[in-house]
Design a protein around this ligand. Structure first.
Ligand code: M6R
Length: 597
């Protein structure tokens, strides 16, 4: 997730853009840059936060420009990979947010025509494509260039030959236009320019926006002019940073259709079913996953998927234990959102000392874990601000899924039709998640029934057992209600003693081999007068007879449904905590990143 901005008006563009980028920093901040059009294109880029750009930037003159704050996905954090990217003739500059899936192909084609590339990014192809198409009119060149792009993008472009104009376009990446008086803005998100104007226009996919200081024009891909309505936004800056959501946690829960899309994009292909995961080696005999908290539960989900699809034995170890007591051999996969968790880093160092091959799954490029593991895979979620991990948990599961598919495919355990079915189901996840998020009111209603319980249990079997553990962790962490996750079959070995009418149980019931066993467990729980909320497959017609309340998730192949189920569990935790008036984004006694042992 990156942030982009564009400005044209009567002020100094670089000052405005720095301001806008600072407000977009929550979208990513490993490097940043600005291009301003005057007599020539002035460009300045720097690694680090926006403040580092501001402090080191020379005075840039010009009243139209574009800016970018980066969260690396393709290519390391470096000045060369920071945006804006420019054409060979140095006349056109672009900033881009999203992922261009066919960039390797386009790059080869453009190199064949003599274009020279200066970065490892997917985005740079856009500048060269626009240069190829440019015949004196930037919007026409952008319209022709995007016809070649596959993937997701929000792009803002500027040309020195038309220095009073900026052109923007989006497809499946956020972009919003701000209409001012004698000045206009475009950015990834409203907070970027809210200090200047609260009049906004939302471009749809494929609509091209042409802005000069006194005009904003929209055309469609065929060049036809469009009428677009302005909307007035009455948010203050703090509300706007949360995009109008009450808490960052809720905003991050709602971002999951796009974070899952980002985690998968460019890594799976449906046409010739295929998984590409950077340079992941496939010769692994045994895997140890090590992590803490929510990342540990993602690892447990991963164990079920990898063992089934790739038939490689996986053990999952808490980093704080593994570090001192774990068996250090084979491949060690460390999962950590922040990349800074002291226990996980300690575990990886021990594994390395013992000669293990080490891989990190993390959300933060350049984090400490990426500097010590042999190889890193990024979850591409953008910064997560709420202390409770949400979007990074589901993206970690998505990445583990890709690892399982890739290993299964390369070790010939996964049949072509099975691979095709999984790839197609993963592709559908963003739209399925939208559907789950559409049930928020229903889930908030159930949260009302749960909010006064002293104790809430979460149960599941198979891959739904770690999800039960995660559901319980999420709830206790933000609502302060005592909650525990159990493998459903274990209740009778002790926890049953706690069940009575003051306990509620959230039961995850998939249509899998153990569904009947889950139904018997629910019967046993009901016999002890506890309330049961079932999270069940939408095609399960019988479940209402067993549970007091049912929340349904979309029918998907085994394991793929873990992601929608996780979103339901997050919404339950969020709404219970919200009804109890808890400080959701900053729960007591907890830190986002635990950098001490
Ligand atoms: O950054 P990490 O993924 O290494 O963090 C691990 C845990 O501290 C983290 O998942 C914690 O459990 C979350 N607050 C859970 O929501």
């Amino acid at each position: 997730m990156c942030g982009i901005a564009g400005y044209v008006g009567y002020r100094n563009a670089s000052d405005v853009l720095i301001d806008c980028l600072k407000r977009l920093e929550y979208r990513g901040y490993d490097s940043a840059g600005i291009a301003v059009a005057n007599k020539k294109l002035s460009i300045f880029k720097a690694t680090g936060e926006i403040d580092s750009l501001r402090e080191n930037m020379p005075k840039m003159h010009g009243s139209a420009g574009i800016g970018h704050t980066r969260w690396a996905t393709h290519g390391k954090v470096s000045k060369e990979n920071a945006h804006p990217h420019i054409s060979c003739d140095k006349k056109i500059a672009i900033v881009h947010n999203g992922i261009i899936e066919n960039f390797k192909y386009l790059k080869e084609q453009l190199e064949g025509k003599g274009h020279q590339f200066n970065s490892e990014t997917d985005s740079e192809v856009i500048a060269h494509l626009i240069e190829e198409e440019y015949k004196g009119n930037l919007e026409d060149a952008v319209a022709s260039a995007i016809k070649n792009l596959r993937g997701a993008y929000a792009i803002v472009a500027i040309s020195i030959d038309e220095p009073e104009k900026i052109v923007a376009v989006r497809k499946e990446s956020p972009l919003v236009v701000g209409a001012g008086d004698g000045e206009n803005f475009v950015a990834s998100d409203i907070p970027a320019f809210l200090g200047y104007t609260n009049r906004v226009i939302h471009p749809n996919d494929g609509e091209i926006c042409i802005m000069e200081k006194d005009s904003i024009k929209f055309i469609n891909e065929k060049g036809k002019e469009l009428n677009k309505e302005e909307e007035v936004v009455n948010w203050d800056i703090e509300d706007a940073e949360k995009s109008g959501y009450r808490h960052f946690m809720l905003k991050e829960i709602h971002e999951q259709p796009s974070t899952i899309y980002n985690a998968l994009t460019g890594r799976i292909s449906e046409i010739e079913p295929h998984v590409e995961l950077e340079d992941l080696e496939s010769d692994m005999d045994e895997i140890t996953i090590t992590a803490c908290g929510t990342s540990f539960y993602a690892g447990m989900v991963g164990k079920y998927i990898i063992e089934k699809l790739a038939r490689i034995p996986v053990s999952v170890e808490l980093s704080s234990e593994y570090r001192y007591f774990g068996r250090k051999s084979g491949t060690v996969v460390a999962i950590t959102q922040s990349g800074e968790t002291a226990d996980t880093i300690g575990a990886v160092k021990e594994a390395k000392r013992n000669g293990c091959n080490t891989i990190a799954i993390t959300n933060v490029t350049g984090s400490s874990i990426t500097r010590i593991t042999d190889f890193s895979i990024f979850t591409r979620c953008g910064p997560e601000i709420g202390v409770a991990a949400t979007k990074t948990f589901t993206a970690q599961i998505a990445v583990l899924f890709l690892i399982a598919l890739k290993l299964g495919m390369e070790n010939f355990y996964l049949r072509g039709d099975e691979l095709r079915e999984y790839v197609s189901a993963l592709r559908q996840l963003p739209s399925r998640l939208e559907k789950v998020l559409g049930k928020e009111d229903e889930i908030a209603g159930i949260a009302k029934k749960l909010k006064d319980y002293d104790s809430i249990f979460f149960i599941g079997r198979g891959v739904n057992y770690p999800l039960a553990l995660e559901g319980a962790l999420k709830l206790k962490e933000i609502s302060y209600i005592h909650s525990e996750g159990f493998a459903a079959g274990e209740l009778k070995h002790g926890p049953f003693a706690l069940l009575d009418e003051k306990t509620a149980v959230v039961a995850i019931v998939a249509k899998d081999a153990v569904r009947d066993k889950m139904l018997s467990n629910i019967g046993e729980i009901k016999a002890r007068n506890a309330t049961v909320i079932a999270i069940a497959d939408e095609s399960d017609e019988e479940i209402d007879k067993y549970a007091d309340h049912v929340i349904r998730f979309p029918s998907l192949p085994e394991f793929v449904s873990s992601i929608p189920i996780a979103v339901i569990l997050q919404l339950i935790a969020y709404h219970v905590a919200n009804l109890r008036g808890c400080p959701i984004d900053k729960p007591r006694n907890l830190a986002k990143s635990v950098t001490v042992e």
